[in-house]
Design a protein around this ligand. Structure first.
Ligand code: ATP
Ligand code: MG
Ligand code: MG
Ligand code: MG
Length: 436
């Protein structure tokens, strides 16, 4: 992408309405634009990152055996009356009436709809286990939308739903998602801690929230200090292995949200307990037959008896993750994207657009990098070097390749790693070889 034609409306001033760094940086980098309170348009740079996060989430769900479908954003009130949640959900649900005065709603979550789809088609235990997921926009009329995409009203969620014939099967489905979540967050470059959590309005008895520690987090959390240096995926099993020993080992290291933590009965001595703030980026539940019973989602068991299915649901805040990543990875100059979700792999900075030799070398590097499958932000704009450096730091591209007439006279270009600031002067070919 040539930045001279890329729609990236960066801001020089710090927007005053943004209270936390991730929101400020997303606005300054021209990634999002608020269109109503808590509702955002995703501009090209932001949308690139959103798609990268979404793709990693998708790949890890697929690897865990979940199958992707897509349910609509608008739902009928009918189903929610069946589960009893139409009245319980309260003001967070955006209720809509269509022209025939039918009651509809913008889905805040999909337990009811997926249960309806399930019961329409699945009739036998032989068709289980089944895990279905989608990545879709949700709407919750949050009382206080804030912190940009972190607590939006419209937001992108991955939500998966598992169906099993018995509690043992449901436990295995839960453990698969538990492992899939650890793998997902690790790939994104985040350290997420699974914490014992309250099940809240979804119900059920087994639940974990996946929490990124950050001062700006909205949840109070507690964990054993061993979590600080834990490589959680070390010696992790494969998806098809028995996951129970791994699950037991990881969950034996204490971590709980403040709703679950009881200071009077803490299993961890004060000296080993970390008390911190955190961002909830994922939440998994096992809730048994809470929906299958009232909604009559039953299958025929091995002896022909009718069995209500055991269910679980598994959410990831895909759009919230973007804010969480930036909270965890930035400096005074801007965002530092982890490689896996960066909007571009390489930022190519032309220090003197219009200089024939510099333009020629840049065009050649640009073509070669793109041909090798790398995504390149080529700053070919007619701007001062200082402005180009500042913008490239701001948008956080992991590698910066700086090309100018002075270096070229000596046959070198400069390669900079955004995260460390480390710079190296190299011959053009050597720089290229390092990136490919
Ligand atoms: P919170 O406690 O932050 O309100 P929640 O517990 O209500 O979140 P869940 O119902 O568990 O949310 O939804 C699954 C995931 O969706 C959450 O873990 C979070 O990452 C994301 N999420 C929930 N609400 C929002 C929101 N308003 N904006 C962005 N992401 C959200
Ligand atoms: Mg909420
Ligand atoms: Mg919550
Ligand atoms: Mg939650």
């Amino acid at each position: 992408m040539r930045l001279s034609s890329f729609f990236m409306p960066t801001l020089k001033e710090t927007p005053t309405e943004a209270q936390i760094v991730s929101h400020r940086l997303m606005l300054r980098a021209g990634m999002i634009r608020q269109t109503s309170a808590g509702i955002y348009a995703w501009l090209p740079l932001g949308y690139r990152v959103l798609r990268k996060i979404e793709q990693i989430v998708r790949e890890e769900q697929d690897a865990a055996g979940a199958q992707e479908l897509l349910m609509p954003t608008i739902q009928s009130a009918e189903l929610w009356r069946e589960s009893g949640r139409y009245d319980d959900y309260g003001k967070e649900m955006l209720r809509i009436t269509d022209r025939h005065d039918r009651e509809m709603l913008f889905g805040p979550t999909n337990e009811e709809m997926i249960t309806d789809i399930f019961r329409s088609f699945v009739k036998s235990y032989r068709q289980l286990p089944l895990n279905l997921y989608h990545i879709q926009w949700k709407f919750r009329d949050e009382i206080r939308p804030r912190f940009g995409v972190m607590r939006g009203r419209e937001f992108l969620m991955k939500d998966a739903y598992s169906f099993d014939i018995d509690a043992a099967g449901a436990r295995r489905s839960y453990q698969k998602m538990f492992l899939a979540y650890l793998r997902t967050f690790a790939r994104i470059g985040l350290k997420a801690i699974p914490m014992r959590a309250d099940t809240g309005p979804i119900g059920g008895d087994l639940s974990h929230e996946f929490i990124i520690l950050a001062e700006t987090g909205e949840s109070g959390v507690f964990c054993h200090k061993d979590w600080m240096n834990l490589d959680v995926l070390k010696d992790a099993p494969g998806m098809e292995d028995d996951l129970q020993p791994f699950f037991d080992r990881i969950t034996s290291i204490y971590a709980a949200t403040d709703e679950k933590h009881d200071p009077a009965n803490s299993p961890v001595p004060e000296s080993d307990l970390v008390s911190a703030r955190g961002i909830e980026v994922g939440h998994i539940f096992n809730f048994g037959t809470k929906y299958s019973k009232p909604m009559n989602a039953v299958v025929a068991g091995p002896n022909g008896e009718s069995v209500p299915v055991e269910m679980g649901s598994y959410g990831i805040g895909v759009s919230r993750l973007m804010g969480a990543i930036i909270e965890a990875s930035h400096d005074d100059n801007g965002i530092i994207w982890p490689d896996a979700v960066a909007p571009f792999n390489v930022g190519l900075i032309n220090l003197k657009s219009g200089d024939a030799e510099t333009d020629r070398v840049c065009a050649e590097l640009y073509a070669k990098l793109e041909a090798a499958g790398l995504e390149v932000a080529y700053d070919d704009r007619d701007e001062r070097p200082g402005a180009k450096f500042a913008d490239m730091d701001l948008i956080g591209v992991p590698w910066q390749l700086v090309v100018g007439p002075r270096g070229l006279k000596n046959g070198v270009v400069e390669l900079k790693r955004r995260a460390t600031g480390e710079k190296e002067e190299l011959p053009v070919e050597a720089a290229l070889a390092k990136l490919l």
